[in-house]
Design a protein. Structure first.
Length: 198
């Protein structure tokens, strides 16, 4: 683009050229003055056309720049909305992950706390059940009358004796100084039991 002179300055410049031409030509040479005036007017008209053309080009360029700026602003707004949507999605996914992390942490806490507690409780209940059954049986043995207490005593003595009575009555080769079980219960006596009682 060539450098342009603003419209008012151009008019002043044209008048100045015309006045100079008239002054140099003198008053007596009328044809020469008219020719210089025409040339100056032609140059002025050409410059005016160039200025108008340049102004038209400037207006078109300005219009294109404004349209490009509007397009870029629309694109920027669309990109910002896209970015906000993506940020909202990332925030939602982060919240979901945080909830899952908390759930896993809670499960791990209860799994680590409840596992040994349940195991200990189970062992304790089994032990208490065994003790309860033993207590029930012992209580039941105390309540019954008859030969069963004697059998219980005999079995307890047999467990702690150096020479068991039950083994002696089952195997005749084992000598025992205690009476056999049938003798204690009032059953038939063996010859060894009879000799002991005499």
């Amino acid at each position: 683009m060539s450098r342009t002179i603003s419209h008012p300055r151009l008019a002043v410049f044209g008048l100045l050229v015309l006045a100079t031409g008239v002054f140099l030509a003198g008053c007596g040479d009328g044809g020469r003055v008219v020719q210089v005036a025409r040339e100056a007017a032609d140059r002025q008209a050409e410059q005016n056309r160039q200025i108008a053309h340049q102004n038209h080009q400037i207006a078109e360029t300005t219009h294109e720049l404004v349209a490009a700026d509007a397009d870029s602003r629309r694109e920027l707004v669309a990109l910002q909305q896209d970015l906000q949507t993506q940020q909202a999605e990332v925030a939602r996914q982060r919240d979901v992950l945080e909830g899952e992390r908390r759930e896993i942490a809670r499960k791990r806490f209860w799994d680590s706390a409840l596992g040994p507690a349940i195991e200990s409780l189970t062992v304790g209940l089994i032990c208490l059940g065994a003790i309860g059954v033993c207590c029930f049986l012992l209580y039941g043995l105390r309540q019954e009358k008859g030969a069963e207490p004697e059998i219980s005593e005999l079995l307890v003595e047999d467990l702690v004796a150096p020479h068991p009575v039950v083994l002696a009555s089952a195997d005749p080769t084992i000598a025992s100084d205690r009476p056999a079980i049938p003798a204690l219960l009032g059953g038939p006596r063996t010859p060894a039991d009879r000799s002991d009682s005499t």
